[in-house]
Design a protein around this ligand. Structure first.
Ligand SMILES: [Zn+2]
Length: 149
């Protein structure tokens, strides 16, 4: 049973006028992807984007898997738990932008290990309009993100 169903059920048992189940904001990945693509990549990125994992407020999210970029299949996956009004749209947009950036900024092959979030990557990441806001929100809410709410 997902959190949304529980939420609806509790509304049903103890009626509250608003919000209704259908009015809860969720995030449309394709729409966010298209906006980011037009704004930062001249609409040139041809990638697919999906949710993955379970959408549940109680499941623990490992920060490493909030999202990832699958270079072989040109595919971005974002953890389904982020499809929740708890996450502000600018944070979701930041996660999507970050993954998109991986498709244009390749990893550096260091002597010991592959560097994914190297200086050039970080520099480009800061071009995202709400970078500071998203990072601050992440810092403030990291415990909730990692432990579920
Ligand atoms: Zn990354």
């Amino acid at each position: 049973m997902n959190w949304f169903f529980k939420f609806c059920k509790s509304l049903y048992e103890k009626p509250i006028p608003q919000p209704s189940c259908s009015s809860g904001p969720t995030h449309n990945l394709k729409e966010i992807f298209d906006q980011m693509n037009a704004r930062y990549f001249q609409g040139r990125l041809e990638l697919s984007i999906y949710w993955f994992g379970r959408q549940s407020k109680s499941s623990r999210i490992n920060r490493k898997v909030l999202g990832y970029y699958d270079a072989k299949n040109k595919r971005i996956k974002i953890h389904h738990s982020l499809n929740d009004p708890f996450y502000p749209p600018y944070f979701i947009a930041y996660v999507v932008y970050h993954e998109m950036l991986h498709s244009v900024v390749p990893p550096l092959l260091g002597q010991k290990k592959r560097q994914v979030h190297h200086a050039v990557f970080k520099q480009k990441e800061r071009l995202f309009e709400d970078y500071t806001k998203a990072k601050e929100w992440e810092k403030e809410n990291l415990r909730k993100i990692l432990n579920g709410r």
